[in-house]
Design a protein around this ligand. Structure first.
Ligand SMILES: Nc1ncnc2c1ncn2[C@@H]1O[C@H](COP(=O)(O)OP(=O)(O)O)[C@@H](O)[C@H]1O
Ligand SMILES: [Mg+2]
Length: 261
Protein backbone atom coordinates (compact mmCIF):
# COMPACT_ATOMS: atom_id res chain seq x y z
CA UNK A 1 0.00 0.00 0.00
CA UNK A 2 1.23 3.45 -0.84
CA UNK A 3 2.29 5.48 2.17
CA UNK A 4 3.31 8.60 0.34
CA UNK A 5 0.77 8.81 -2.46
CA UNK A 6 -2.35 9.58 -0.36
CA UNK A 7 -0.68 12.67 1.01
CA UNK A 8 -0.10 14.21 -2.42
CA UNK A 9 -3.70 15.31 -2.73
CA UNK A 10 -4.69 16.70 -6.11
CA UNK A 11 -8.45 17.04 -5.76
CA UNK A 12 -10.37 20.10 -4.60
CA UNK A 13 -10.18 21.00 -0.95
CA UNK A 14 -13.54 21.29 0.74
CA UNK A 15 -14.73 23.50 3.52
CA UNK A 16 -18.24 23.86 4.78
CA UNK A 17 -18.43 27.43 3.53
CA UNK A 18 -19.04 28.44 -0.08
CA UNK A 19 -16.06 29.84 -2.03
CA UNK A 20 -15.46 33.51 -1.51
CA UNK A 21 -14.83 36.02 -4.22
CA UNK A 22 -11.71 34.89 -6.13
CA UNK A 23 -10.26 38.38 -6.04
CA UNK A 24 -10.01 38.04 -2.29
CA UNK A 25 -9.24 34.36 -1.68
CA UNK A 26 -7.67 31.82 -4.01
CA UNK A 27 -5.95 34.33 -6.30
CA UNK A 28 -3.27 32.79 -8.52
CA UNK A 29 -0.28 34.66 -7.13
CA UNK A 30 -0.66 32.91 -3.79
CA UNK A 31 0.33 29.26 -3.46
CA UNK A 32 -1.41 28.97 -0.10
CA UNK A 33 -4.26 31.05 1.19
CA UNK A 34 -6.49 30.47 4.16
CA UNK A 35 -9.25 32.69 5.46
CA UNK A 36 -10.57 32.41 9.02
CA UNK A 37 -10.00 28.67 9.37
CA UNK A 38 -11.47 27.12 12.48
CA UNK A 39 -11.00 23.54 13.58
CA UNK A 40 -12.61 21.82 16.57
CA UNK A 41 -12.56 18.31 17.91
CA UNK A 42 -15.63 16.53 19.26
CA UNK A 43 -14.84 14.54 22.38
CA UNK A 44 -16.56 11.25 23.19
CA UNK A 45 -18.64 13.13 25.79
CA UNK A 46 -19.92 15.42 23.02
CA UNK A 47 -17.81 18.40 24.11
CA UNK A 48 -16.40 20.60 21.34
CA UNK A 49 -12.73 21.51 21.84
CA UNK A 50 -11.51 24.39 19.65
CA UNK A 51 -8.01 23.78 18.23
CA UNK A 52 -7.77 26.53 15.58
CA UNK A 53 -9.53 29.90 15.60
CA UNK A 54 -9.85 32.23 12.59
CA UNK A 55 -6.47 31.33 11.09
CA UNK A 56 -5.79 33.47 8.02
CA UNK A 57 -2.58 33.53 6.00
CA UNK A 58 -1.27 34.13 2.47
CA UNK A 59 1.91 32.61 1.07
CA UNK A 60 3.11 33.91 -2.29
CA UNK A 61 3.95 31.45 -5.02
CA UNK A 62 7.57 30.27 -5.31
CA UNK A 63 8.51 31.29 -1.75
CA UNK A 64 9.86 29.46 1.30
CA UNK A 65 7.87 30.33 4.44
CA UNK A 66 8.15 29.11 7.99
CA UNK A 67 5.41 28.43 10.53
CA UNK A 68 6.44 28.89 14.15
CA UNK A 69 4.83 28.86 17.58
CA UNK A 70 4.95 27.12 20.97
CA UNK A 71 4.26 23.39 21.31
CA UNK A 72 0.57 22.62 21.05
CA UNK A 73 -0.41 25.95 19.43
CA UNK A 74 -1.85 24.19 16.36
CA UNK A 75 0.93 24.22 13.73
CA UNK A 76 0.60 20.55 12.71
CA UNK A 77 -3.20 20.79 12.69
CA UNK A 78 -3.09 23.83 10.41
CA UNK A 79 -0.54 22.14 8.13
CA UNK A 80 -2.73 19.02 7.88
CA UNK A 81 -5.69 21.18 6.90
CA UNK A 82 -3.58 22.86 4.21
CA UNK A 83 -2.54 19.37 3.02
CA UNK A 84 -6.17 18.22 2.82
CA UNK A 85 -5.61 15.58 5.50
CA UNK A 86 -8.13 17.29 7.81
CA UNK A 87 -11.19 19.35 6.89
CA UNK A 88 -11.68 22.70 8.60
CA UNK A 89 -14.79 23.13 10.73
CA UNK A 90 -15.17 26.60 9.24
CA UNK A 91 -13.35 28.98 6.91
CA UNK A 92 -11.84 28.78 3.44
CA UNK A 93 -8.62 27.22 2.14
CA UNK A 94 -6.91 27.43 -1.23
CA UNK A 95 -3.68 25.48 -1.82
CA UNK A 96 -2.13 24.92 -5.25
CA UNK A 97 -2.12 21.32 -6.36
CA UNK A 98 -0.56 18.85 -6.34
CA UNK A 99 0.55 19.42 -2.75
CA UNK A 100 2.51 17.10 -0.53
CA UNK A 101 2.96 16.63 3.21
CA UNK A 102 6.38 15.48 4.46
CA UNK A 103 6.53 14.00 7.96
CA UNK A 104 8.82 14.69 10.89
CA UNK A 105 10.25 11.18 11.09
CA UNK A 106 11.96 10.14 7.84
CA UNK A 107 11.55 6.45 8.71
CA UNK A 108 7.77 6.87 8.47
CA UNK A 109 7.84 7.76 4.79
CA UNK A 110 10.68 5.94 3.09
CA UNK A 111 9.16 2.72 1.78
CA UNK A 112 11.48 1.08 -0.76
CA UNK A 113 14.96 -0.46 -0.38
CA UNK A 114 16.96 1.86 -2.65
CA UNK A 115 16.84 5.61 -3.19
CA UNK A 116 15.90 5.25 -6.86
CA UNK A 117 13.10 2.74 -6.15
CA UNK A 118 11.77 4.83 -3.30
CA UNK A 119 11.46 8.01 -5.35
CA UNK A 120 10.05 6.07 -8.33
CA UNK A 121 7.45 4.52 -5.99
CA UNK A 122 5.53 7.81 -5.97
CA UNK A 123 5.05 7.50 -9.75
CA UNK A 124 3.18 4.20 -9.48
CA UNK A 125 -0.13 5.63 -10.65
CA UNK A 126 1.25 7.83 -13.45
CA UNK A 127 1.53 5.27 -16.34
CA UNK A 128 4.98 6.48 -17.41
CA UNK A 129 7.56 4.63 -19.52
CA UNK A 130 10.79 3.46 -17.84
CA UNK A 131 12.69 6.31 -19.52
CA UNK A 132 10.21 8.92 -18.32
CA UNK A 133 10.31 7.50 -14.80
CA UNK A 134 14.14 7.51 -14.75
CA UNK A 135 14.21 11.08 -16.07
CA UNK A 136 11.75 12.36 -13.45
CA UNK A 137 13.51 10.52 -10.62
CA UNK A 138 16.91 11.92 -11.69
CA UNK A 139 15.49 15.45 -11.89
CA UNK A 140 13.88 15.24 -8.43
CA UNK A 141 17.00 13.77 -6.81
CA UNK A 142 19.20 16.39 -8.47
CA UNK A 143 16.94 19.14 -7.08
CA UNK A 144 17.58 17.96 -3.51
CA UNK A 145 21.29 17.17 -4.11
CA UNK A 146 20.85 13.38 -3.80
CA UNK A 147 21.42 12.18 -7.36
CA UNK A 148 24.78 10.60 -6.45
CA UNK A 149 22.95 8.34 -4.00
CA UNK A 150 20.64 6.85 -6.66
CA UNK A 151 21.59 3.20 -6.02
CA UNK A 152 22.21 3.48 -2.29
CA UNK A 153 20.16 1.35 0.14
CA UNK A 154 17.92 3.80 1.99
CA UNK A 155 18.86 2.34 5.36
CA UNK A 156 22.48 3.48 4.89
CA UNK A 157 21.44 7.16 4.67
CA UNK A 158 21.49 9.70 7.47
CA UNK A 159 18.20 11.15 8.75
CA UNK A 160 18.68 14.34 6.73
CA UNK A 161 19.47 12.40 3.55
CA UNK A 162 16.28 10.36 4.08
CA UNK A 163 14.34 13.61 4.45
CA UNK A 164 15.81 14.84 1.16
CA UNK A 165 14.77 11.56 -0.51
CA UNK A 166 11.25 12.05 0.93
CA UNK A 167 11.16 15.57 -0.55
CA UNK A 168 12.31 14.16 -3.91
CA UNK A 169 9.40 11.70 -3.60
CA UNK A 170 7.06 14.70 -3.49
CA UNK A 171 8.82 16.59 -6.28
CA UNK A 172 8.79 13.60 -8.62
CA UNK A 173 4.99 13.88 -8.58
CA UNK A 174 5.44 17.48 -9.76
CA UNK A 175 4.19 18.75 -6.47
CA UNK A 176 3.62 22.53 -6.41
CA UNK A 177 3.35 23.00 -2.65
CA UNK A 178 5.52 21.26 -0.06
CA UNK A 179 4.14 21.15 3.49
CA UNK A 180 6.98 20.15 5.80
CA UNK A 181 6.31 19.35 9.47
CA UNK A 182 9.32 19.80 11.78
CA UNK A 183 11.67 17.88 9.49
CA UNK A 184 14.78 18.83 11.42
CA UNK A 185 13.62 17.73 14.90
CA UNK A 186 15.62 14.48 14.88
CA UNK A 187 18.57 15.79 12.86
CA UNK A 188 22.03 16.94 13.87
CA UNK A 189 23.19 20.38 12.78
CA UNK A 190 24.85 19.25 9.54
CA UNK A 191 21.76 17.34 8.42
CA UNK A 192 19.52 20.20 9.57
CA UNK A 193 21.26 22.76 7.36
CA UNK A 194 21.53 20.20 4.51
CA UNK A 195 17.75 19.70 4.43
CA UNK A 196 16.96 23.43 4.61
CA UNK A 197 19.43 24.21 1.83
CA UNK A 198 17.94 21.40 -0.27
CA UNK A 199 14.49 22.96 0.08
CA UNK A 200 15.88 26.42 -0.80
CA UNK A 201 17.68 25.01 -3.85
CA UNK A 202 14.55 23.12 -4.90
CA UNK A 203 12.51 26.31 -4.84
CA UNK A 204 15.06 28.15 -6.96
CA UNK A 205 15.51 25.30 -9.47
CA UNK A 206 11.91 24.03 -9.83
CA UNK A 207 9.47 26.45 -11.36
CA UNK A 208 6.74 27.71 -9.06
CA UNK A 209 7.24 25.29 -6.17
CA UNK A 210 6.39 26.82 -2.78
CA UNK A 211 7.07 25.48 0.71
CA UNK A 212 5.67 25.96 4.21
CA UNK A 213 8.11 24.69 6.81
CA UNK A 214 7.02 24.12 10.42
CA UNK A 215 9.84 24.54 12.90
CA UNK A 216 10.59 25.40 16.51
CA UNK A 217 14.21 26.29 15.67
CA UNK A 218 14.48 30.05 15.44
CA UNK A 219 17.88 29.92 13.74
CA UNK A 220 16.21 28.40 10.66
CA UNK A 221 14.39 31.71 10.04
CA UNK A 222 17.42 33.14 8.24
CA UNK A 223 16.55 30.90 5.27
CA UNK A 224 12.90 31.99 5.08
CA UNK A 225 11.26 34.44 2.68
CA UNK A 226 8.46 34.96 5.17
CA UNK A 227 7.11 33.60 8.43
CA UNK A 228 3.85 32.93 10.26
CA UNK A 229 3.70 32.97 14.05
CA UNK A 230 0.94 31.15 15.95
CA UNK A 231 -0.12 31.06 19.58
CA UNK A 232 -3.02 29.23 21.17
CA UNK A 233 -4.71 28.19 17.91
CA UNK A 234 -4.46 31.62 16.29
CA UNK A 235 -2.21 33.23 13.70
CA UNK A 236 -0.77 36.12 15.65
CA UNK A 237 1.46 37.60 12.94
CA UNK A 238 2.66 36.86 9.46
CA UNK A 239 5.16 38.70 7.31
CA UNK A 240 8.89 39.45 7.17
CA UNK A 241 11.11 36.96 9.07
CA UNK A 242 12.99 39.80 10.83
CA UNK A 243 9.72 41.28 12.14
CA UNK A 244 8.52 37.89 13.37
CA UNK A 245 11.92 37.21 14.94
CA UNK A 246 11.81 40.54 16.85
CA UNK A 247 8.28 39.74 17.99
CA UNK A 248 9.26 36.27 19.27
CA UNK A 249 12.35 37.64 21.04
CA UNK A 250 10.20 40.30 22.72
CA UNK A 251 7.67 37.62 23.76
CA UNK A 252 10.48 35.48 25.22
CA UNK A 253 11.93 38.45 27.11
CA UNK A 254 8.54 39.36 28.56
CA UNK A 255 7.91 35.73 29.58
CA UNK A 256 11.33 35.48 31.27
CA UNK A 257 10.68 38.74 33.12
CA UNK A 258 7.29 37.45 34.33
CA UNK A 259 8.60 34.14 35.67
CA UNK A 260 11.57 35.86 37.36
CA UNK A 261 9.46 38.53 39.05
N1 LIG B 1 -6.92 14.37 17.62
C1 LIG B 1 -6.80 15.21 18.65
N2 LIG B 1 -7.54 15.04 19.78
C2 LIG B 1 -7.43 15.90 20.83
N3 LIG B 1 -6.61 16.97 20.83
C3 LIG B 1 -5.85 17.17 19.74
C4 LIG B 1 -5.89 16.32 18.59
N4 LIG B 1 -5.03 16.80 17.65
C5 LIG B 1 -4.47 17.88 18.21
N5 LIG B 1 -4.95 18.10 19.44
C6 LIG B 1 -4.58 19.21 20.36
O1 LIG B 1 -4.58 20.37 19.58
C7 LIG B 1 -3.53 21.23 19.97
C8 LIG B 1 -2.68 21.57 18.77
O2 LIG B 1 -1.95 20.41 18.36
P1 LIG B 1 -0.86 20.45 17.21
O3 LIG B 1 -1.50 20.99 15.99
O4 LIG B 1 -0.25 19.11 17.13
O5 LIG B 1 0.17 21.52 17.80
P2 LIG B 1 1.69 21.82 17.40
O6 LIG B 1 1.98 21.13 16.11
O7 LIG B 1 1.78 23.32 17.33
O8 LIG B 1 2.53 21.30 18.54
C9 LIG B 1 -2.79 20.52 21.07
O9 LIG B 1 -3.25 21.00 22.30
C10 LIG B 1 -3.16 19.08 20.88
O10 LIG B 1 -3.13 18.37 22.08
MG1 LIG C 1 3.42 19.67 15.59
Amino acid sequence: MSIRAPFCASGPLHSNLPSRNNNVVGADNFAIESHKICYSINTEKGKLIPILNDCSLKIPSGQFWMLLGPNGCGKSTLLKILAGLLSPTDGFVHVRKPRSFVFQNPDHQVVMPTVEADVAFGLGGFSLTNEETKFRVAKALTAVGMYDYLQRPVQTLSGGQKQRVAIAGALVQQCKVLLLDELTTFLDQTDQIGVIKAVKKTLSSCEDVSALWVTHRLEEMEYADGAVYMEDGRVVMHGKPSTIMDFIEARKASYTKTINS
